[in-house]
Design a protein around this ligand. Structure first.
Ligand SMILES: *Cc1c(COP(=O)(O)O)cnc(C)c1O
Length: 378
């Protein structure tokens, strides 16, 4: 029995006919870029995320870039975010010409630490604080960052808040949906996300009618009306096939999320029964709707050895992420050093994502826990 980290074929079998019907219709129409399928998806996503507006774009990375562009952020500006995230979060900041400022994570959920955030901001001189224009909290692994203190600080300084919700569609913080709390919410439809397309895609949510219009212009080279360019945008368009796949899948998302949550509960029981609770640190649920894009455990001894052993036994795992962003070669110019963000660095050495997708059987989950127990006991 193998346990892959993710098996999208199992999911596809359950929605195959629905998907093929809509793909056929699009092929017959030969209308591929934006259009009614993209609009229909935007309406559905906006409702799901509890925001008035949603704008389909070419990827989650581009969602971040276009949100920063819409907010008018560029050279000379600084944007605060976490170093423990997928590269795109800080990459987008650099791509628009701004400077990322990292603030360490809290170790329980691996999200931006509001206390450290306050300390970093309090220690800034006036010029440094004036350069900050935005903050990007990341809802890592499918659980929201502690948004209230972040939103409060941003309000006080008049900073834009861009939620990187690429891993967190449907996650909630005090009853509020990911992507509905900040000025922008950025989502990814990369196939391995909880709501994945059949290629690249993404969406930006916003509560502002003005920003909705701006995002729509920017994704079409700032064009409005045709061939008149008011802004310098780019080609950030989404295609109809991706939008249609997402729209079909969205009707199943809550059921899949429930399957992930049930698997998380089963893992917790199995780890407890195996007597591993003290040895293996299980994910901590700090916010009320964790959608488990990933189920990430922490092991403080030889994580990579465990990972190799599991791989040899047919169990897929992944490390999100092995190198915090302040230690990436391309960000050397920021002048950060090892030791600057100790919680991120510690997490990078300890985290291990286990298979959590909804189609897993209990026997598969039990095998994962059993193999971990064997490795720890040896
Ligand atoms: C996946 C991801 C992105 C980028 O999304 P793409 O669609 O792959 O461009 C950005 N941020 C985070 C936290 C992600 O997990």
């Amino acid at each position: 029995m193998n346990v892959p980290l993710l098996d999208l074929k199992a999911q596809y079998q359950t929605i195959r006919e629905e998907i093929r019907t809509v793909i056929d219709a699009i092929c017959d129409s030969q209308y591929f870029i934006l259009g009614p399928h993209v609009e229909a998806m935007e309406t559905k996503i906006a409702a799901y995320c509890q925001t008035p507006y949603a704008v389909g774009v070419s990827s989650g990375s581009d969602a971040l870039i276009i949100a920063l562009m819409a907010a008018g952020i560029g050279p000379g500006d600084a944007v605060i975010t976490t170093p423990y995230t997928f590269f795109a979060t800080a990459g987008a900041v650099a791509r628009v010409g701004a400077r990322p400022i990292f603030v360490d994570i809290e170790p329980a959920a691996c999200n931006l630490d509001p206390q450290r955030l306050q300390d970093v901001v309090a220690a800034m001189d006036d010029d440094a604080r004036a350069a900050v224009k935005a903050i990007i909290p990341v809802h890592l692994y499918g659980q929201c960052a502690d948004m209230d203190p972040i939103l409060e600080l941003a309000r006080r300084h008049d900073w834009v808040v861009i939620e990187d919700a690429a891993q967190a569609i449907g996650a909630e913080y005090k009853g509020r949906r990911a992507g509905s709390m900040g000025d922008f919410g950025c989502f990814s439809f990369f196939p391995s996300k909880n709501l994945g397309a059949f290629g690249d895609g993404g969406v930006v949510t916003t509560r502002s009618a003005e920003m909705d219009q701006r995002l729509r212009m920017l994704r079409m080279h700032g064009m409005e009306p045709k061939y008149y360019h008011q802004l310098i945008g780019g080609n950030f368009r989404l295609d109809a096939l991706q939008a249609a796949v997402v729209a079909v899948k969205l009707d199943h998302l809550d059921r899949w999320t429930q399957g992930r949550q049930e698997n998380a509960a089963t893992y917790r029981r199995l780890f407890r029964e195996a007597g591993l609770e003290g040895t293996v640190q299980l994910p901590v649920e700090l916010q009320n709707r964790h959608i488990y894009n990933q189920f990430v455990i922490r092991v403080d001894r030889d994580r990579d050895g465990l990972r190799d052993r599991l791989a040899g036994q047919g169990i897929g795992t992944e490390v999100y992420y092995p190198v915090p962003l302040h230690m990436q070669t391309c960000f050397a110019y920021l002048g950060c050093r090892a030791g600057d963000f100790p919680e991120s660095e510690r997490a990078a050495g300890q985290t291990l994502a286990l298979p959590i997708y909804p189609e897993l059987s209990e026997a598969q989950l039990a095998m994962v826990v059993d193999r971990i127990r064997e490795w720890i006991g040896q």
